[in-house]
Design a protein. Structure first.
Length: 498
């Protein structure tokens, strides 16, 4: 049995807790490895390593830190095929999707390579008589990231790329479901020239998370996962005096206006709803056609597309998506499908009976489709996180606009239309953090920032872009005067620049 260890102080570290988690091959349903779970002492060992490394890493000039990231980027590109295979073998997503996962993280690394420019402060000459004012951005110290199973490459790089670039060190706690790739990323960071301890990886469950949230030497925590846990992480981390950005769940909607290109919109929705087996926080599991004619046509087009959709093992180049991550998650999705039926939604396509020949024990579930889903249903209110698409019919633009705006989640939303004025109004009014106009998955590019609203995000700082730079740094502002001549009297009122 392969054993996955922690990565501390630049090397593999065998833990002593005696606690482990099983790592499955989702294609076969078999346990392929076990991952060590850290004790509080082992979490502290990783933090102390990061603390020592950060004190010297912060003194390295930004240009030299950028050179390490440039080399890290080159190494990722060199090993892309092997890294994607590792990711797919533990997560279940198809190889092409795994490469996309890694590439979107690599784009943030590319952004972070510009850190010499990103860290430039502001300067005002002559703010007062002989007085100059300037600012600088300085690292926080040790930062930590707690990342989910669905993007084991992208989301860790979103976090540690910027944190390390600006002079922090980092402790990563990835998902215990697919932990091998994050360790490989840390090994490549060492190969790229980062000092030992700048990037550490510890594995575990809630005990490891709590140890990170409570540790006095960790100054900032970034989290992505479900909303309930995001709220917990935010509350406990901020109570301990840390900066926290905690991204939660989602229920992204795709509005289709009658004037939309329905052929293109349908294809976009199919990819966004069923890609990666629906295990994306930016998936599009709810489609909202406006008007009966539009809804009926969308339904028929989706059904026709489902007939051609191929579900296969991760290494099948012809497969559109693979298995879900675990047997427990497969059962959870199946339970939601049954709940939808019980609530009165129309189950048009049922993927629960799907079996892949030769892989009957794999965690596969076929594409499912509901029509006539209503706003008050539990399956509409909650995140299913699987290959299930729901059609919620709306009679008007205003009714359609209200659905994502009033939903508990506010991560992403899309509108499909040829009407520029309607799209512009929708983008301005919808109560959601990220908007796509004829773009089904509106994940911003790396030099903008990623973040939802409402229960999709806790804290006031988004991921990557300049928001990430601000999150992982603290601003210091200096007011300087070099007096000449006679000594001035003491001032007993607040200084002004007059």
């Amino acid at each position: 049995m392969r054993e996955i260890t922690h990565f501390i102080d630049g090397a593999a570290y065998a833990g002593a807790s005696g606690r482990y988690g099983d790592v499955f091959n989702p294609n076969t349903g078999e346990v392929q490895a076990r991952v060590q779970f850290a004790t509080d002492a082992e979490v502290d060992k990783a933090v102390q390593s990061a603390l020592r490394a950060q004190q010297t890493w912060a003194l390295v000039n930004p240009q030299r830190r950028a050179r390490v990231l440039f080399e890290f980027k080159r190494l990722i590109e060199r090993d892309m095929d092997a890294l994607a295979e590792i990711l797919s073998s533990e997560h279940g997503k198809v190889i092409a999707d795994s490469k996309g996962d890694i590439q979107r993280g690599l784009e943030v690394i590319e952004f972070a390579c510009g850190v010499p420019h990103l860290l430039k402060g502001e300067y005002t000459e002559g703010a007062g008589p002989g007085i100059d004012v300037y600012s600088m951005r300085q690292p926080l110290g040790v930062a930590a990231g707690i990342t989910p199973f669905n993007f084991p490459g992208m989301i860790p790089m979103w976090m540690f790329g910027i944190a390390i670039a600006v002079g922090n060190s980092f402790v990563l706690k990835p998902s215990e479901k697919d932990p091998t790739l994050p360790v490989k990323l840390a090994e490549l960071m060492m190969e790229a020239g980062a000092p030992s301890g700048v990037l550490n990886v510890i594995h575990g469950d809630k005990a490891a998370v709590d140890a990170l949230l409570d540790h006095p030497d960790i100054k900032a925590v970034s989290f992505v996962g479900s909303s309930d846990i995001a709220h917990y992480v935010y509350s406990r981390g901020t109570a301990a005096g840390k900066r926290v950005q905690a991204m939660g769940g989602a229920k992204n909607h795709g509005l289709i206006l009658p004037d939309a290109d329905l052929e293109q919109a349908t294809k976009d929705i199919i990819g966004a709803a069923y890609g990666s087996a629906g295990e994306r926080c930016m998936a599009l599991p709810v489609v909202v056609p406006v008007g009966k004619k539009t809804a009926d046509e969308v339904r028929e087009r989706v059904l026709a597309e489902l007939e051609t959709l191929k579900v296969g093992i991760s290494t099948d180049a012809q497969a559109q998506y693979g298995p879900v991550v675990s047997a427990a998650h497969k059962q959870k999705i199946s339970d939601y499908i049954q709940l939808g039926v019980d609530e009165g939604a129309e189950l048009v396509a049922d993927g629960r009976g799907f079996k892949l020949q030769g892989y009957e024990q794999g965690f596969f579930i076929g594409p499912s489709l509901f029509d006539n889903v209503k706003k008050g249903m539990t399956t509409y209110h909650e995140e299913i996180f699987g290959p299930v698409l729901q059609i919620v019919r709306a009679e008007s633009f205003e009714e359609a606009l209200d659905l994502p705006s009033s939903h508990q989640y506010g991560n992403g939303v899309a509108i499909f239309t040829r009407n520029g004025r309607a799209a512009r109004e929708f983008a301005a009014r919808v109560n959601v953090g990220m908007v796509g106009i004829n773009v089904p998955i509106p994940v911003p590019v790396a030099y903008h920032s990623f973040g939802g609203w409402k229960r999709s995000a806790f804290g006031d700082a988004n991921q990557h872009g300049m928001e990430g730079v601000r999150f992982y740094t603290k601003t210091k502002t200096i007011t300087a005067r070099w007096p000449e001549g006679a000594v001035e009297d003491s001032a007993f009122v607040i200084p002004t620049m007059q």
